[in-house]
Design a protein around this ligand. Sequence first.
Ligand code: NAD
Length: 700
Amino acid sequence: MLDKRSGSRLANLWDDAKAEGMSGPELLVYRSNTLGSDKRVTNYGGGNTSSKVWQKDPLTGEDVEVLWVKGSGGDSASIKLDGFATLYMDKLRALKGLYRGVDHEDEMVGYLPHCTFNLNPRAASIDTPLHAFVPKACVDHMHPDAIIAIAAAKDSKAITKEVFGEAIGWLPWKRPGFELGLWLEKFCRENPDAKGVVLESHGLFTWGDTPKECYETTISVINQAIDWFERKSQGKAIFGGEVVKSLDAPARRAIAAKLMPRIRGLISEKSHKLGHFDDQPAVLEFVNSKDLRPLAALGTSCPDHFLRTKIRPLVIEFDPAKPDVDAVIARLADDIAAYRVGYQAYYDSCKHPDSPAIRDPNAVVYLMPGVGMFTFAGDKATARISGEFYVNAINVMRGASTVSSYVGLPAQEAFDIEYWQLEEAKLQRLPKPKALAGQIALVTGGAGGIGRATASRLLREGACVVLADIDEAALAGAHEELSRAYGKDFVRPVRIDVTSEDQVATGFAETAVQFGGIDILVSNAGLASSAPIEETTLALWNKNMDILSTGYFLVSREAFRLFRAQKIGGNVVFVASKNGLAASPNAAAYCTAKAAEIHLARCLALEGAEAQIRVNVVNPDAVLRGSKIWSGEWKEQRAAAYKMSTDDLEEHYRSRSMLKRSVFPEDIAEAIYFFASDMSAKSTGNIVNVDAGNAQSFTR
Ligand code: NAD
């Protein structure tokens, strides 16, 4: 049975009014976006669409037939015109004359750029011949869960016939490439009335003479499969039935917070991973089921699925009825090591003499009965998408195993795709990761002037950032601005008061669930206050101590706990103040609390060194722009202390500095980035003043 929770039938979303007046390529974009908008039609980045369009040749001015086909990379839901490769159809057809047979099909990929129409720089994908050789104007190749469930069933051919009769054909598993393109062409010539074909262990091809006809065929074929599964699976136990119950949602998250940093630590030896937690009903139904272990062991089937999720997931043994997380933690290193041994064995038994070297042998998907699924990858988007792909795989297993037996792809076929030279070439073409890729930072006071600039600096270098602040409205604004600039996957807001032990613990637990752990703490939340000593109330004194001194202690302690759970080092940067080194008039509470911060940093540098935890301090001074501190009464108090108007303060601080320069939030952020990155890998217990020069605060 397919997952009814996400709604069952697909709606026909084709809108004639919208399509009216669109050119052939524009209709292709419209069709692709409409199909891709529903993940039941195709998974993220999966599948491709094409249209054969007559256009004027820019060289000869003659009308020529051009194949517009989704290029390498990208996603159908958001693809635009520039996401499509364009190729001369006559040249593509001529490639058949160069084809030396299936053993040489990979070399055909090298000819595709020679067929490019109009100098289009978008690279053609390996699926291009599959579209080119289907003799129809419009072709959709989708990965719908409902169809892959048929494609991955033991008797997939018979089921295809039962569901679709003669309308949809069936072809046995074949890796995508030139040969499969020829198979499709042959099928179409021999079955001129067929509307499409199911590819074993892979997906669906459908076609039509017009974009609308093609779209409607795709949707109706998927709906037919959904209908059939629903009828066939009535009254049947899903995955052999439920054998354990889920823990409640807060307990699931608490376990995720505890386990994810430990998993992350054990798999991040070479490069740091980002995590994603998913406990949606479809996942829980699978992890709580009787058939979890045998089905998970079979691995995924559709190539897209296992390229993202690895050949199979790791099942973490756990009984939610007698929850013993410490026992799970005690076994985790062995479980992960055993998975690596299994992956090495898969590599060794399937490799060819010219196979690329083994890649990261760690699991991507971790399934835990009663709790849910953790996925890990080199970046957050990939971790999230890998999870989405495994949910697709669960849907496929649900369908196939309910009506028949589910079959994974044979290990050798899976290996030949995973370690395909063309796949390797794609990986080699990926840009070099940014300096902080894979790193997770938590910035307290992240909604303030210096905090926001710091978050932005770290995000620019590829880090994922948790903005932690007490000011909810400012937090929402900072989150919105930074996720718009750097992408939703990279930024999370968490409201915490750094003076509250509970809230600090909750904020760090949430960080672990959102991203998998932590690498960088920027302790920056703060305030400023000014009063002569006789007028400094105990409340004011305590406020400074609570936020600056105690707050810095609480967040550091929690970060240290997480660092020690991960065992992959860590990095703490305190934003203190020039006033922590140099006395200032009428600010004893603030100056003393800032001095405490600086000394706390030294103590922590000493304690953390053996675990590769570095602790350093950045001391700003007079950062007026962007700072909320300088928009309140502190500004007036400082102006009064120096007997001048508030408008003159910035100039006062500039001219007071040795370098005669103003200091901005971005300047502080740069120093924080230096300490947060490997540029300062060999520095701990240090202080950098960013104050445009102030002899009073020279360190000694
Ligand atoms: P800011 O007021 O713009 O930002 C501080 C942020 O901390 C605010 O968003 C605030 O909501 C948050 N915050 C306050 N109390 C909190 C609490 N209990 N829990 C969580 N968040 C809390 O100020 P800024 O200039 O960006 O200051 C950042 C840090 O730099 C502070 O520690 C400050 O003392 C230090 N500093 C600033 C200057 C300067 O001139 N701006 C100079 C020296 C030191």
